[in-house]
Design a protein around this ligand. Sequence first.
Ligand code: ZN
Length: 217
Amino acid sequence: MSWWQIGEGYGTQSFGGELRTDLVDCGFCGETGNFDFESRLKKENSVGKVLHYDTLKCEQCGNLTSVFWGNGSSGLQRFHQVPWLQKTTKWPSHWPDDVGRYWLQAQRSVEASNWDAAALMARSAVQLTLRHQHAEGRSLYEEINDLGSKAILPPIMVEWAHEVRVLGNENAHPTLGAAPTTDRDAKAVVEFLTMLLKIVFDLPNQIDDHRDSRKKE
Ligand SMILES: [Zn+2]
């Protein structure tokens, strides 16, 4: 695939064709959508497709972020930026806020090597996500199996869940002298959570976006 294909068939709504600076985070201070354009360049090919090379200046901290971007023919936009934010500060707006908050804390605990906290928050986020999907059962595994039987989760996710040790730990309360969570176990449950969120929240949202853009063609 060529960079000239950017935004074709996949992206976010561009609303009129200008760069969605409201979705760009400053790579230094994390401020979102608060930029001035420092420089703007574009290249157009023979069929009128335009690639943009913009440099944005953060109004809050003054540092520069380069954004390469383009719009697809159906009005979708994709961008890539350098530098990007090295720590996680937010979650996608189409996730429920409670799930997003737990996911964020799990993610940041991984970034800070706080493995017990990461595992606990990720496990809680999985639990919340299952409840948002009206899963039934007396344990996490039963709830996951339930969503599998309702075809909300594919069989491979149900299988995978049983390999994630932290999900099987029904006693999420602190116990005396409990062994610390290993980085491996913590990362495994965060990885499972990330995939779960993709399937349950991102995929339907992406399909909705795609349908919307088809309607506008
Ligand atoms: Zn900044």
